[in-house]
Design a protein around this ligand. Structure first.
Ligand code: TRP
Length: 324
């Protein structure tokens, strides 16, 4: 791949689990290390479209910042910042609101789902979420936007917005490509027919200490579902393929095909592998969280870099529109 400009936002809602790690964070680090021009930010303005507590919001944000840095995001290689620090995102989002037909926003599946879920508090931000996202993206004129499958429709909308803007005011924005992150379906440990989410013993959190990892894996469900292969077994093997050594993977696949796979052994090996894999991460994250001044400094530097690019685009946009 040639050097690309890549933009992606991260919603900071609580602790990350290993599904989030494999599905997003690890791939961001890979893109960074391939030398692309990456803009990665915490989408804190999107974070307030659904109910939140101020204290938790700031805590979660710092936690996610520390998580990304501890997992290998290098602020010297990428532009890493908070969305709310770049005021230009919100200004451009407003301009996009004024060229986006209401119907385009009303038909977004995430909006429809969230509106159902938060029946008593449907705010306008929930509806205009995709125009802010289009601004986040287009302001850096990227080639590619890596997202999970639930955000593909929003990236498509950003192309619609780019086209509309270009058509009305002259070619300004490239139409960015969606770049689907590897669709990795890490399933819940307690109900492996569902995707892993963040609650209870169903998820292995990146912060979990080795003891906790062993405990959760030990009680992971491996029962087969109505005569079919055990979805829990598949899930554990998928985890092993990501965290195990080549030899372990070979051995367990071999045992699996001969029908002599011992779940207790697989869980034991997997727990050790995962605990080891994240050992440095846990150390580093604790250290980072104990240095809030350093985190603020990193975010300040990131914002400075992002702002330069964002201001250039916004200036161009204003000229095109006739805003003085
Ligand atoms: N909406 C995205 C999510 O929930 C986060 C996000 C905000 C984003 N702005 C973005 C992703 C711009 C990609 C590009 O995951």
């Amino acid at each position: 791949m040639n050097k690309q400009t890549i933009v992606s936002g991260i919603r900071a809602s609580g602790k990350l689990h290993i599904g989030n790690y494999l599905g997003a964070l690890k791939q961001f680090v890979e893109l960074q290390n391939q030398g692309h021009n990456c803009y990665f930010f915490i989408a804190d303005l999107h974070g307030i479209t659904t109910p939140f507590e101020p204290k938790e919001l700031s805590k979660n944000t710092l936690d996610v910042v520390a998580t990304y840095l501890a997992a290998g995001i290098d602020p010297n290689k990428v532009t890493f910042f908070l969305q709310n620090h770049i005021l230009e995102h919100a200004t451009l989002a407003w301009i996009f609101n004024c060229i986006t037909p209401l119907g385009e926003l009303e038909r977004m599946t995430q909006y429809k789902d969230k509106a159902k879920e938060h029946k008593t508090s449907i705010n306008a931000g929930l509806l205009t979420y995709p125009t802010l996202m289009a601004a986040d993206i287009l302001i850096y004129k990227p080639n590619a936007v890596p997202v999970g499958d639930d955000q593909v429709q929003h990236v498509e909308l950003s192309r619609v917005v780019a086209r509309k803007f270009n058509h009305r005011f002259g070619k300004t924005f490239p139409e960015p490509q969606t770049f689907m992150r590897k669709p990795l379906r890490i399933m819940s440990l307690t109900d492996p027919t569902k995707k892993m989410s963040k609650t209870g013993d169903e998820a292995l959190l990146l912060d979990d200490e080795p003891k906790e990892i062993h405990r959760k894996l030990k009680k992971a469900t491996t029962a087969s579902v109505s005569g079919k292969k055990s979805p829990g077994e598949e899930n554990l093997m998928l985890l092993l393929s990501n965290f195990g050594t080549d030899e372990e993977i070979r051995n367990f696949m071999n045992a699996q095909s001969r029908g002599i796979l011992k779940y207790s052994e697989l869980k034991e090996v997997l727990a050790k592998d995962i605990a080891d894999y994240f050992a440095d991460f846990r150390e580093k994250k604790k250290e980072l969280l104990s240095q809030p001044d350093y985190l603020a400094e990193v975010l300040g530097q990131g914002a400075k870099k992002a702002r330069t690019a964002a201001q250039a685009t916004l200036t161009e946009v204003k000229q095109r529109i006739g805003l003085l």
